[in-house]
Design a binder for this molecule. Structure first.
Ligand SMILES: Cc1ncc(COP(=O)(O)O)c(C=O)c1O
Length: 475
């Protein structure tokens, strides 16, 4: 494809994307395809000769679109907002068009320096102090792994330079909560700590937040056993109920016992832009690392997760490699992002954040986050005011966790669990909205996660009506 052919095709594609965004709210939210259907519809021998752009566009329209769950729909309340603002889409497009190669500062100085700039902007916007330095990663899972690798090396005195964990005399321990995202357990295992060295600290029964006294007890028990506490992972905005673990108490324990404190605020991190949400993040500037995803609620297209670290020197000692072919005359003067994460080559992901922040502005983003918080409070009030409906967790952010318990089945957990799954499926089968059933302390509840860019009060009112109807008729 030459640049002129690209120009024509790209114009058509951009029009198509704009039209898709205009009609996305009218499409069934949850994809209706059966497993294997997309693959079989597209199955052909590998193309030996060029195919027409119009045939490709027709497959995009007729096979790919139905094969998607439309998370950009204003009627999507599933999982968490995975917003993709069109301003950030432009930045992503520019990034791919430029085709820059980020392997060292020299290979793309602007790539490194725009990443420094946008992570500084977001540091300021979120109230982190200047000693924090950030970089973009693909996801919060990778960020958690990187944080735990640094924690491991801090606790083991840079054991990677010798026998690694295999040379350690005492097991290194990670503390988290059963409500934390599964990526925390995954990172713990991949960083070599081992399942038996991951402590799931008891949470409060009503707000599902990690109990500081229980955390202290676990740490002291490990020390008495001769184990070495290495990392505490604090969750701000757990995936299930957006529970808020106590940062302040955790960093105090971290300081007392020399333990690295990582904060996972993948979805909730966007709330740091709101001064009224600052109490949730009280103590954050004393933590060791924090990750959050602009590719969730903030609205920067996937993939865009941030990891901020205060001790960048230690981070670089853990992650740095320096093969001769990457050396240059400016080493020592510049940031080498290859030493801030796992991959060597990086895309110019900073462009999508740069476009997003410049074209939308923080003020409008804050306004939208506030709208979502107000909508969640509104829905929470409707639920508590309605007979047989209950909130199963505090509405701390934009997610509302509910159960419908008709009197006839009150106290019968088996029946309640069945009923919950049935009415949630009935809502989802309509295609008019999409919500997520999820287990909380062993029983089913439904999460209504508010926060898609286009979701206004009317969409929240619609999903609430659908929920009420489904709960009446689904038994
Ligand atoms: C609290 C929390 N942490 C981590 C993750 C994982 O994020 P990622 O998909 O960016 O790896 C999620 C995803 O939902 C999450 O909610």
């Amino acid at each position: 494809m030459n640049p002129e052919e690209f120009r024509a095709a790209a114009h058509e594609l951009v029009d198509w994307i704009a039209d898709y965004r205009l009609r996305v709210d009218d499409l069934p939210v949850r994809s209706q395809v059966k497993p294997g259907e997309v693959h079989s519809q597209l199955q052909t021998p590998p193309p030996e000769t060029p195919q027409s752009f119009s045939d490709l566009m027709s497959d995009l329209e007729n096979v790919i679109v139905p094969g998607l769950t439309h998370v950009q729909s204003a009627n999507n309340f599933a999982w968490f907002p995975a917003n993709s603002s069109l301003s950030s889409v432009l930045g992503d497009f520019a990034s791919t068009g430029l085709g820059a190669l980020g392997i060292t500062w020299q290979s793309a100085p602007a790539l490194t320096e725009v990443e420094e700039l946008v992570t500084e902007w977001l540091r300021e916007l979120t109230g982190l102090t200047p000693e924090w330095k950030g970089a973009i990663h693909d996801g919060a899972s990778t960020a958690a792994l990187v944080a735990l690798l640094i924690a491991r090396e801090k606790a083991s005195n840079l054991s990677l330079a010798g026998a690694g964990l295999q040379g350690e005399s005492a097991p290194l321990i990670v503390y988290s909560s059963p409500q934390a995202h599964s990526s925390v357990a995954k990172a713990t295992l991949l960083a070599g700590f081992g399942q038996s060295n991951l402590r799931m600290v008891e949470v409060d029964e009503t707000n599902f937040s990690m109990k500081p006294a229980a955390l202290r007890a676990e740490i002291e028990k490990d020390i008495a056993l001769g184990n070495k506490p290495a990392a505490i992972v604090v969750a701000i905005g757990t995936t299930g109920t957006t529970a808020i673990d106590p940062i302040k108490e955790s960093v105090a324990l971290g300081k007392e016992f020399g333990i690295w404190v990582h904060v996972d605020a993948a979805m909730a991190g966007s709330a740091m832009l709101l001064p009224e949400c600052a109490p949730m993040f009280d103590g954050i500037n004393e933590a060791d690392s924090i990750s959050w995803n602009p590719h969730k609620w903030l609205g920067t297209s996937l993939d865009c997760a941030l990891l901020y670290v205060r001790d960048t020197e230690l981070m670089i000692r853990v992650l740095s490699t320096n093969p001769s072919y990457l050396k240059s005359g400016v080493d020592g003067e510049v940031t080498q992002l290859k030493d801030w994460g796992l991959p060597l080559g990086r895309r110019f992901r900073a462009l999508k954040l740069w476009f997003h922040l410049r074209l939308d502005g923080a003020e409008a983003i804050r306004g939208r986050l506030r709208r979502d918080l107000a909508n969640a409070q509104w829905l929470g009030k409707q639920v508590t005011a309605s007979e047989d409906w209950e909130l199963v967790a505090p509405v701390s952010l934009q997610t509302v966790c509910v159960r419908h318990v008709p009197k006839a089945i009150a106290g019968d957990w088996q029946a309640i669990d069945l009923h919950t799954q049935k009415w949630a499926e009935a809502v989802n089968a309509t295609g008019k909205a999409f919500i997520t059933p999820s287990l909380l302390q062993g029983h089913w509840m439904v999460r209504v996660s508010i926060g898609v860019l286009g979701t206004e009060r009317e969409h929240v009112a619609n999903v609430w009506n659908l929920m009420q109807e489904a709960a009446q008729i689904s038994d």
